[in-house]
Design a binder for this molecule. Structure first.
Ligand code: PLP
Length: 380
């Protein structure tokens, strides 16, 4: 098989070859030990394992699935997406400079602002989906360019290859949060990014029962990766083995789930776009979306599972529609097998999010059922 590169469906279904060597199980076991024994000669009985705050075979197996899906040199798991982001940001020098995309996941923006202010780091938030705006921001030296593709909840699509050129021209590394795409739909490292980040809490796990995050790199010998590795070991932001095992189980069906989620999302976006109760639908799969052509090049096999809908009639009407939905759970988060809806201005008030915006995360249910639920909620 070595001359035949495996496709994501195979990597995922076979958990990148993970099996339980101890009992010949097709599914690997869970290693819960926190420490590892030495022999009478004081040599480690398993030389790769000393202590569980970095050494755990279950976590390594899940990382290997992600590494292969990303086409990465190395992948590291963290206890949440935010912990992964924080591990990367902690590698920045005090007094450095970050160019970050504006209008991205609000939790990340809030944390970055506070962190950068505390460390004397200049944080310039720009509309990185506009290459000219990003080019202008990269006219000044920087340490890190941070983009989110597609962005949450605006669904903007930044050009990863162009962003990599611009970041490198400014002496910075490019890191991409691809949570709304997953490594199956967008391979940011292949496009020139130095670091790829995902919240594993979302579609990677997909079953709304694990909180996790992952960083992957193109060059495992790069100073930033070595610093991230040391940071995870020394600061101890590790994922537990149970979560890693659940993540691996979830990932077995990741490509299959995405096929269905993307098909459902496209059908729903097209339906809502033509609905008189809807002002606009933000979804890169729609041909009139400004990032459509780029997304079609950059994403493989679908346009993702996330969309935002601007309901005609303003805030009260949007909240009324939100309240009338029966199949969509009213809950934050995204990427699970069950569809979710969220009135984003409730979560991030006074940040420019339209008051009539409902963010939808589309699951694997029957598309017709979801459309019927939306139609009922949008009825006058
Ligand atoms: N990035 C994006 C795009 C997200 O939507 C989220 C969470 O919603 C995160 C990062 C943070 O991930 P986590 O909740 O796993 O910390």
């Amino acid at each position: 098989m070595s001359d035949h590169p495996m496709k994501p469906a195979t990597i995922a279904a076979q958990a990148a070859g993970a099996a339980n060597a101890a009992d010949a199980g097709v599914v690997p076991g869970i290693s819960m030990t926190t420490t590892y024994a030495r022999g009478p000669d004081n040599a480690l009985l398993s030389p790769r394992n000393v202590y569980a705050r970095d050494h755990n075979d279950t976590v390594r197996q899940a990382e290997e699935v992600l590494r292969q899906l990303e086409g990465a040199a190395a992948s590291l798991l963290f206890p949440s997406g935010m912990a992964a982001i924080a591990a990367l940001f902690r590698t920045l020098p005090n007094g450095g400079r970050v160019v970050a995309q504006s209008g991205i996941y609000w939790g990340a923006t809030v944390w970055m602002r506070e962190f950068c202010a505390r460390r004397g780091i200049t944080l310039d938030e720009v509309d990185a989906a506009d290459a000219d705006v990003l080019a202008a921001a990269c006219g000044t030296p920087a340490d890190l360019v941070w983009i989110e593709v597609p962005s949450n909840p605006w669904l903007k699509v930044a050009d990863i290859a162009r962003a990599a050129e611009l970041a490198h021209g400014a002496g910075a590394i490019l890191a991409v949060d691809g949570t709304a795409a997953t490594p199956v739909l967008t391979r940011a490292l292949d496009l020139g990014a130095d670091i790829s980040m995902h919240s594993g809490t979302k579609a990677i796990n997909g079953h709304t029962d694990v909180v996790a995050g992952v960083l992957s790199c193109r060059d495992a010998q790069s100073p930033v990766w070595e610093a991230i590795l040391a940071d995870r070991h020394d600061a101890g932001a590790i994922l537990g083995p149970m979560e890693a095992w659940l993540l691996m189980r979830g990932m077995r069906t990741l490509p299959l789930r995405l096929e269905r989620m993307c098909a459902n999302a496209l059908a729903i976006a097209r339906h809502l776009e033509a609905h008189e109760g809807v002002e606009a639908v933000l979804y890169p799969g729609l041909t009139d979306h400004p990032g459509h052509a780029l997304a079609a090049r950059q994403m493989c096999g679908g346009f993702g599972y996330l969309m935002s809908v601007l309901v005609r009639g303003g805030r009260d009407r949007a909240l009324e529609v939100n309240g009338r939905l029966r199949l969509f759970h009213r809950a934050t988060s995204l990427g699970g097998v069950e569809s979710l809806v969220e009135h984003r201005a409730t979560i991030e008030p006074d940040t420019g999010i339209p008051e009539n915006l409902l963010r939808l995360s589309i699951g694997i249910e029957d598309a017709g059922d979801l459309i019927a639920d939306l139609d009922r909620a949008l009825a006058p």
